[in-house]
Ligand binder design. Sequence first.
Ligand code: FES
Length: 105
Amino acid sequence: MGKKSAKKAKKAKKAKKAKKNKPLTVQLCQKKNCCKRGGDRLWEAFETRAKQGTSTQKRQLKVQAVGCLGGCKKGPNLRVLPDNVKHYHVQPDEIDKLLARHTTG
Ligand code: FES
């Protein structure tokens, strides 16, 4: 491994570690289309989960209300930060699985 690639690998490792320690933020669309498709129930489920604070292990979980994320007909929709990944048609019983995807690896 060359000097440049070793530096690059070290930088990537540092960035990954920094990302791992950031709080997990779930941005839930609270606009009409998502709310009428179950966004309200999803909001309540995430609020409960954030208060419990168990599923994200060492990472803090924050829940934010946001405007339209696009893909309204596939709602309820949300975005998970810092990964910046959108999820469509999320149901309250899928929260554990979804959070596990962002907290492991
Ligand atoms: S209304 Fe929720 S994504 Fe557009």
